[in-house]
Design a binder for this molecule. Sequence first.
Ligand code: PEP
Length: 257
Amino acid sequence: MATRTPLMSGNWKMHHNHFEALATVQKLSYLLGGRDEDLGVEVSIHPPFTDLRTLQTAIEQDDMPIALGAQHCHWEEKGAFTGEVAPAMLAKLNVAYVICGHSERREIFGETDEWVNRKVLAILANGMTPIMCCGETLDEREAGGTDEKVAGQVRAGLAGVSPEQVGGLVVAYEPIWAIGTGRTATPEDAQATCAVVRATVAEVAGAEAAERVRIQYGGSVKPANAAELMAQPDIDGALVGGASLDADDFAQVVRFR
Ligand code: PEP
């Protein structure tokens, strides 16, 4: 059985200017014990675009145990796309992980499964790792449609991705009704849907890819609930919004064991 190192990712959304970002990662790195302590997890921070260069410099100069992440990108390499950022621009800043298909981007900015798929392919083509989000609304859950919705998003998002690449990426299962609401899926419900994600990956990319792929849970993860969620066999980390903004809270989530 493959050993999957949990990935604990902080999605800062539209919070923290570059001064606040710097102070937060410096404190976080200190609380995580720097490189001297092996916590057995990987950590990524996904700040707003305007903070990336500042954090890249800080992380590299101080050898922080933190990978740089982005929240979003376009799939095109360049062109007349006002306001967008190309994957190669992120790769140039040593961004390692890029979130795509977050429900806020799907719901507020109209991102479709097809766009998410193009982004997954573009992120991989630029040597970075996608964190591809999926998840159901409360109405879909109450109508019994969770598995179908999530499996459909995973199939669409991974279209045309090689099994080798699928095994190396990250899928984040985030029930939309649990994001930023304080409501968390029970560990059993989160596990059940993450198992559906893994079974869908097996269907599209084979058993080996499904064994390797890391599946995060996201939705009001905080210090008080991280351990029980992370104890589930198909949950390999967390995508954390609100609780990642504060270094003390996020360090506690990262140190869930
Ligand atoms: C998220 O931003 O993906 C998220 C899960 O947010 P929160 O932890 O605040 O629910």
